[in-house]
Design a protein around this ligand. Structure first.
Ligand SMILES: Nc1nc2c(c(=O)[nH]1)N[C@H]1C(S)=C(S)[C@@H](COP(=O)(O)OP(=O)(O)OC[C@H]3O[C@@H](n4cnc5c(N)ncnc54)[C@H](O)[C@@H]3O)O[C@H]1N2
Ligand code: MOO
Length: 406
């Protein structure tokens, strides 16, 4: 059986010919979280003129070499308008934050350091050339690369792009991801299950995980556990960038998903990974579509999505890694585990007083329990090779709350 790390590496390698997806031009507001498909190059200087960074007085620094200089106030410069003219020799002018420095001025003094006396200004200290001035192009010069291709568009990037005159950005296309729940026992959300039935909940959970990964979910109707129904449903995924199935990948007689994928023409690369939850996970390619067969147990589906599907969708979207932060923390309870498996423990994180991180496992880790997958903020990684970890053991945890929510 593959280890989780090798399984993930195999998936990413198998998508090298399709990732990243093609580029598309989108309005700025739609670019958040997407990968730039070209460098963001400025076509103008930022700022576009020498600007004051303070409310105060613009002057030639040489005219106020020490405290006590007294200069006539020639005019005022207001935001949104160019200076009315060059600064006359030996004079200063009133200026406001963001105002255009008049020709001749090379410094600004903040108004707290200046006293007005009629038409003159008295400077309380020596002026310094360049102080409180943002020179033209000092933020970004015309022709300069502000951000390289591949950078992830964040709110600041959108503001910067608007400031340099862009209304659209060339970004990587979002992967379109079919989600196919399978199982005879499932009824649609909102419907009351009959005897032996339960509500199909993985579809919506996985659709949310797809959205959070920066991709677009297409939730297909649940397939029944028979070859004809599965074949008909699989057709709904054709032409999409990825297909995520749930259920039917274990060893029971009704676990027909792998066979259905194979008869539809998919090439399955591997089946089963040495982890818990989610051991029966399978991966393959169906033409250009990446196919992920997730186990039906709800927590197994979400954990394997996190570990294998999320990084793959991000690679298709041109985004780096899995977008998660890994930290070290200490388990608040001892754990027993099969030594051959890597176990991903759903945990709550807590800051200790000494700054360290505590990892408190959710009460239940049973992969079929729905409460075992909601409301946690980390996956603690219990490594293969260990069968017992004592309370207080130091382990790596994957934080599920990213620094920039995706
Ligand atoms: N003999 C063995 N049995 C099982 C093994 C094994 O190695 N040998 N592996 C177990 C593990 S681990 C898992 S995980 C499950 C996965 O099995 P399947 O992927 O075939 O999942 P199903 O049997 O279809 O469903 C499992 C469970 O989850 C419920 N389910 C399924 N789909 C949904 C959905 N869309 N929404 C909500 N709940 C869903 C389903 O009703 C079952 O209760 O296999 C073990 N068995
Ligand atoms: O791996 Mo299964 O997902 O443990 O229940």
């Amino acid at each position: 059986m593959l280890t989780p790390d090798i399984a993930r590496a195999r998936i990413l390698a198998a998508l090298a010919d399709v990732a990243p997806l093609a580029a598309e031009r989108v309005p700025l507001a739609a670019a958040l979280g997407r990968a730039l498909a070209e460098p963001l190059v400025s076509n103008r200087d930022l700022p576009a003129f020498d600007a004051s960074t303070m409310d105060g007085y613009a002057l030639r620094a040489a005219d106020a070499p020490r405290a006590g200089a007294r200069l006539p106030v020639a005019f005022g410069v207001f935001a949104g308008r160019p200076a009315p003219g060059a600064l006359p020799p030996g004079a200063c002018c009133r200026i406001f934050t963001g105002g255009v420095l008049p020709a001749g001025a090379d410094a600004v003094e903040m108004q707290e350091e200046v006293r007005r006396s009629g038409k003159a200004a008295l400077f309380g200290r020596a002026a310094v050339a360049g102080r409180y001035v943002r020179p033209r192009g000092s933020d970004l010069a015309a022709g300069q690369v502000a951000l390289p291709a591949g950078a992830v568009v964040d709110p600041g990037t959108i503001g910067l792009a608007a400031a340099i005159g862009r209304t659209e950005l060339l970004v990587r296309r979002r992967p379109r991801v079919a989600i196919l729940p399978t199982g005879d026992e499932l009824v649609p959300p909102g419907q009351v299950p009959g005897p032996g039935q339960l509500v199909e909940s993985n579809g919506l959970a996985l659709a949310a995980a797809v959205t959070a990964a920066g991709a677009e979910p297409v939730l297909l109707p649940t397939a029944r556990d028979d070859a004809a129904s599965l074949a008909a449903s699989l057709a709904g995924a054709s032409g999409l960038d990825a297909l995520v199935t749930s259920g039917g990948v274990s060893v029971g007689e009704r676990d027909l998903v792998r066979a259905a994928l194979a008869s539809a023409g998919a090439r399955l690369d591997f089946w089963r990974v040495a982890l818990r939850p989610g051991k029966p996970f399978t991966f393959g390619r169906w033409d250009r579509t990446a196919v992920f067969g997730l186990p039906g147990n709800p927590a197994s589906a979400l954990v394997t999505f996190e570990l294998f599907v999320r990084p793959a969708l991000r690679a298709l979207a041109g985004l780096p890694g899995d977008g998660r932060v890994r930290v070290e923390g200490r388990l608040t309870a001892a754990q027993e585990k099969p030594p051959e498996l890597t176990v991903y423990l759903r945990c709550h994180t807590r800051r200790r007083r000494d700054g360290g991180l505590e990892l408190e496992p959710l009460r239940t880790q049973t992969s079929g329990n729905l409460t075992s997958m909601a409301g946690h903020d980390a996956l603690a990684v219990l490594p293969a090779g260990r069968s017992r970890l004592p309370r207080g053991a130091r382990v790596t945890a994957i934080l599920l709350v990213p620094p920039h929510a995706s």
